[in-house]
Design a protein around this ligand. Structure first.
Ligand code: NAD
Length: 284
């Protein structure tokens, strides 16, 4: 019976941000350019406000300029699109991030598709999604990129391994599977219609849970010695933050596990900074 080693997302994110800070300082010294991230928030959703504040703090930490555009909840679609157009044309803006979800009356897809692919630091634009598919990418979606960085940090090789991803969302599950495939993993994607989920999971050398169901993955669904990455961010029956993985039972089987909080979450934030730096290089 193994007791899993923890992959510390906070420590990994700190290392990534320290590198980004150095590279941004070098860019400024050599070219005068400072990476700039524009964050657009519409309405006053409290969770979105926390995320936007965190992004501002991350930018300050690595030496980027962050500019916030806070729009009223009843902002019209054409006004939001006009702002995106303005930011697309603005030389000081390297990355544009529209905080989701948008209020119901706005068409999320047309807003995201309006962002220039060269400034699309969330990697949601079809051009960037297509580039990920063919392995010719500039920006990677932040959460899957964060997971890959954590695997690297823990010196876990993906090549030839059985990788099982639970979840097929456009933001996490699908691109996660593609990145594991690019690293030569043998990838299975499970989802809400999958029969015998536990059976698939038990085959995994690397198991990534991106579902949104608290503690779905139990110890008896995990192979002895597997690497278990928990992307989920849920509330348990007591309102406490928890992942998709039942940490206690899985930690006795896995070789590596990521905690929630303090696992994939901080890495997602760090990878947004990475994408903003990449965008600044692109515009240099
Ligand atoms: P989503 O709701 O878009 O997708 C969930 C996926 O899980 C779907 O593809 C669905 O088919 C699958 N699913 C649902 N129930 C299932 C079940 N019982 N068995 C197997 N598959 C099932 O969610 P998402 O945006 O991909 O996010 C997933 C989780 O990751 C959420 O908890 C979210 O909060 C979290 N998340 C965390 C971060 C982070 O930075 N840590 C970032 C993004 C999302």
């Amino acid at each position: 019976m193994s007791t899993a080693k923890m992959i510390d997302g906070k420590a990994c994110a700190a290392a990534v941000k320290a590198r980004i800070k150095d590279e941004a300082a070098k860019m400024k010294a050599e070219t005068g350019k400072v990476p700039g991230l524009a964050v657009v928030i519409v309405g006053d959703d409290p969770a979105s406000r926390i995320y936007v504040n965190n992004k501002r703090r991350d930018c300050e930490e690595v030496g980027f300029v962050s500019t916030e555009y806070a729009l009223d909840a009843d902002t019209k679609q054409e006004d939001l699109l006009a702002l995106i157009d303005k930011l697309n044309a603005d030389a000081a803006t390297d990355g544009i991030l529209v905080q989701l979800p948008l209020p119901k009356h706005l068409d999320e897809k047309s807003v995201l598709y309006r962002i220039s692919p060269d400034k699309d630091v969330d990697a949601f634009h079809p051009v960037n999604v297509g580039r990920i598919m063919i392995g010719d990418y500039r920006f990677l979606p932040c959460t899957p990129a964060g997971v890959m960085e954590m695997l690297k940090y823990a010196e876990i090789s993906v090549s030839g391994k059985e990788c099982v991803v639970i979840g097929r969302s456009n933001i996490v599950g699908k691109p996660m599977s593609m990145l594991l495939l690019h690293e030569s993993g043998t990838v299975t994607i499970c989802h809400s219609r999958t029969h015998n989920l536990a059976e698939h999971c038990r085959r995994a050398d690397i198991l990534v849970a991106a579902v949104g169901v608290a503690k779905l993955v139990k110890g008896d669904m995990v192979k002895e010695g597997a690497v278990v990455i928990d992307v989920g961010m849920n509330r348990d029956e007591n309102g406490k933050l928890c992942g998709d993985v039942d940490f206690e039972s899985v930690a006795t089987k896995a070789s590596y596990i990521t905690p929630v909080p303090g696992g994939v979450g901080p890495m997602t934030r760090a990878m947004l900074m990475q994408n903003t730096l990449t965008a600044a290089r692109l515009h240099e």
